[in-house]
Design a protein around this ligand. Structure first.
Ligand code: ACM
Length: 551
């Protein structure tokens, strides 16, 4: 009898621990009240899509299928057991949502469809991270009540597809990682010295010539040789449209980046007249090995900063305006990123037409000429109803009037821009450059640096030096992923996960709810989610975190 009692008690305890499975939602919501009791999600549960939420209901089914292997029937209205999606009339924070789980119903309510979508992302994390076997199932989830909204309105992740090219299938996967962690912006770095990746119908050589290089350096810069492999790729305009739609379906805005005036070697290889010195051979980076023809203008095969930048001529401006016209037709984003970083002025110093332009426009020097360049492009984009974002070098020589600054060389550029009442997106290298090593014991090649998980987690996008009245100019922050040392999707995943999840809390979770110890304890559950996504990830963050804590 005692034995039977023991078995019954054990069975009860096991059941109740199952019911009390810890709720792990990342990013951590603003308010979450756990209640007694559970909701049973089964194959008979309907999604009840009230007016205006039909698309979100379809998205919920897409994620359920992708992650868990099942879909649920959708009905338009009705009470009773189900997952209710409903738009609220009352004005609220635009991305906020209410998620309530009661005995009979899950309800996700928001003022906007984007809010409903964010609520769906939270709901998906209430389902244990395991594929469902078979067609009949019951999944128990705790009753609770969540009210949630983001701390920052710009929550970005970036991907460089120039140093290494990533196909549409992976870009879509990356967009899902972004969406599932409640980011809302994907910054797509499409042009650089090592490859031009977007089809421009008016200038086919940009991708025919500029989309390919004859080799890539081997190992860490300057490398131990050159692989001599013809490497490249690009997205057709049809593919771009497909990706833009895929992102929009997930409430992700894509900001395309077309680099100027620097990082232009691939464009110049295609159209040498865009250079100050069209007849000069492309400069090969010191100490690096080159593969194939090295005469004339070439797509770069090594990493770094190169002197051959766009010449500020009428021909170049016409070219860039035509390129941007096609870009704007593809990307509905209000913002277009025009680069502006790392543009050495050596060629402009030697170029007669550049010096004439400086004189004619009463500019101080070549930095003034860069400012003139950016102003001119900004004016063009503004005339089409778009705004520019540029890296913090666009501050040099004077900011264009409506520009948003992406602060990457630390926080100083962002502070300076906010002090001038310009909007700012924070991407300081020491906190959110996810190409940096995340462990001191890295055994793959990375660009270097050391930005462990805790450093990302503890980042605060509003610098303490900034006057509180100016904090409103800090729109948010972004994780950047430069892919010199990431040739495959699995390496990209390894570099961004879990640091991207840490950044999701930086951008979404209010300061008073952020908690490194809680986040750290949630990592094993997060890893299970990554496995469910089919994603690779850095598996040793806990040890790295322990090493950090012991210092
Ligand atoms: C940059 O990392 N060059 C913006």
């Amino acid at each position: 009898m005692r034995k039977i009692c023991f078995i019954i008690i054990m069975a009860f305890m096991m059941q109740s621990t199952q019911a009390q499975r810890k709720v792990v939602i990342i990013p951590e919501p603003v308010q979450m009240n756990l209640k007694n009791g559970s909701f049973s999600l089964s194959n008979a549960t309907h999604i009840i899509a009230s007016k205006g939420t039909e698309h979100e209901a379809a998205m919920l089914n897409i994620y359920l299928k992708e992650l868990y292997g099942f879909t649920l029937p959708v009905k338009k209205a009705g009470k009773g057991h189900g997952i209710l999606l409903a738009l609220l009339k009352k004005s609220d924070k635009p991305e906020s949502y209410h998620l309530d789980v009661t005995k009979n119903q899950v309800s996700i309510k928001a003022v906007t469809t984007q809010g409903i979508f964010e609520g769906i992302q939270t709901f998906l994390q209430l389902i244990p991270p395991k594929k469902i076997e078979g067609t009949t199932f019951h999944i128990s989830m705790p009753q609770l009540s969540i009210y949630d909204y983001p701390a920052f309105k710009y929550r970005g992740m970036h991907l460089d597809v120039c140093r290494h090219f990533f196909d549409v299938a992976f870009v879509k996967k990356y967009i899902d990682y972004i969406a599932m962690q409640k980011f809302n912006t994907f910054h797509w770095h499409l042009t650089d010295d090592q490859g031009w990746r977007i089809e421009i119908k008016k200038y086919p050589k940009l991708t025919e010539v500029g989309g390919w290089r004859n080799g890539t350096i081997i190992g860490h810069y300057p490398g131990t040789g050159n692989d001599g492999i013809h490497y490249g790729g690009f997205y057709t305009q049809e593919q771009i449209k497909e990706v833009v739609k895929y992102a929009a379906d997930r409430h992700i805005t894509i900001i395309p980046e077309i680099e100027m005036p620097g990082h232009a070697s691939a464009a110049i290889a295609a159209y040498p007249e865009l250079s100050s010195f069209p007849n000069m051979n492309t400069q090969i980076a010191k100490g690096t090995k080159w593969a194939g023809d090295s005469t004339g203008k070439q797509v770069q095969q090594a990493w770094g900063v190169f002197p051959d930048i766009f010449v500020p001529s009428d021909n170049t401006f016409t070219f860039l305006e035509n390129v941007l016209d096609e870009v704007m037709a593809l990307f509905p984003s209000k913002f277009i990123h025009i680069g502006g970083d790392e543009a050495p002025k050596d060629y402009w110093k030697k170029c007669a037409s550049c010096q004439v332009l400086i004189k004619e426009n009463g500019l101080k020097n070549e930095e003034g000429l860069q400012s003139y360049f950016i102003h001119r492009i900004e004016k063009y984009l503004n005339s089409k109803g778009r705004n520019i974002i540029g890296w913090d070098e666009i501050l040099e020589g004077g900011l264009a009037p409506n520009a948003t600054v992406m602060s990457w060389r630390g926080e100083e550029g962002g502070i300076a821009a906010a002090n001038q009442h310009h909007n700012v997106i924070m991407t300081p290298g020491q906190y959110v450059y996810l190409d940096h090593s995340q462990t001191k014991h890295e055994d793959s090649v990375t660009i270097g640096g050391y930005t462990p998980l805790i450093t990302v987690y503890n980042y605060k996008p509003v610098p303490k030096e900034l006057d509180t009245a100016l904090a409103k100019y800090i729109l948010g922050a972004q994780g950047n992923l430069w892919t010199e040392y990431m040739a495959y999707p699995s390496k990209v995943e390894y570099m961004v996960l879990p640091r991207m999840s840490a950044l999701s809390e930086v951008l979404w979770t209010p300061e008073n709810k952020k908690n490194w110890n809680r986040f750290k304890e949630e990592l094993p559950e997060l890893y299970e989610r990554y496995q469910l996504w089919g994603a690779n990830y850095f598996k040793n963050s806990l040890n790295e975190a322990a090493n950090q804590a012991s210092k």
